[in-house]
Design a protein. Structure first.
Length: 259
């Protein structure tokens, strides 16, 4: 059974179209009744809207097989809390549509998603809020953000910076938090009972933001080179023996051929 990332794994970071083998892989899982969950850190669009987009480009993922951080956000931030949220405008719009209150004066929490152009003034504002008692929450802990063939620090990098600057810890809603993986496991158990993390292979293009945390829980990490990294030597030599993935593939086509 599988947990499957989306950006850089099923769809290309630039074109937002299926990567080689992605459609065939999902079709194979569906036809063979192999349990799986597509677990994405996408937060720019409402969950139903992003899943509908994936379906529209040929990825036939039923809603029961899909999970993103917006679907579990209420466990971390109460709808009555005031939030200083940072990320793409579409992410802020989604929060408002979900009933959250945006407050950049005296927030209860600082909530961070991704965008390519955070300003120094935004970082300064985040730091002031955190030092004044606001909790720090990341929508996920992705290592790199890729857009237009450029690689930017992901939410994980920003969280680490703010933690260092303020000495305040942070919580993570999506991958690679154990709570998010626990939710994915609970949902895959509805497809097949009595499963555990050791039964799951997770496929992703993000070692630090997905695979290492998953492997620490007992999952088998399958690293694909179709997203954040151009070759395995950009990341694997910097990891310990225990952090190395179980296998490395060029893309989902190679993963499918290995089954």
């Amino acid at each position: 059974m599988f947990f499957i990332d989306v950006q850089g794994t099923l769809i290309d970071d630039n074109s937002k179209q299926p990567i080689c083998g992605a459609v065939a892989f999902i079709d194979h899982l569906n036809a063979s009744n192999i349990p799986y969950m597509v677990i994405t850190n996408s937060t720019k669009y409402a969950s139903s809207e992003f899943l509908a987009y994936l379906n529209s480009i040929g990825l036939n993922i039923p809603k029961e097989h899909y999970l993103d951080p917006l679907m579990v956000l209420e466990r971390y931030v109460d709808s009555a809390d005031k939030i200083a949220a940072y990320g793409a405008q579409s992410f802020l719009d989604v929060l408002v549509s979900m009933g959250y209150i945006l407050d950049y004066v005296q927030p209860d929490a600082v909530l961070i998603a991704i965008k390519e152009d955070f300003s120094s003034d935004e970082y300064a504002q985040m730091i002031e809020f955190i030092l004044n008692g606001a909790s720090l929450i990341g929508m996920h802990e992705t290592s790199l953000y890729v857009k237009n063939d450029k690689r930017y620090p992901g939410v994980g990098g920003i969280l680490k910076m703010l933690e260092f600057a303020t000495s305040c810890p942070y919580a993570v809603v999506g991958k690679p938090s154990k709570a998010f993986f626990d939710e994915a496991l609970a949902r895959i158990e509805k497809q097949q009972a009595n499963v555990c993390f050791e039964d799951v292979s997770i496929i992703s293009d993000d070692m630090s933001g997905d695979l290492i945390g998953a492997q620490e829980l007992g999952m088998k990490g399958l690293f694909v080179l179709s997203g954040k990294y151009r070759n395995k030597d950009e990341i694997l030599p910097h990891l310990s023996h225990y952090q190395q993935p179980y296998a490395v593939y060029a893309n989902m086509q190679e993963v499918l051929e290995s089954l």
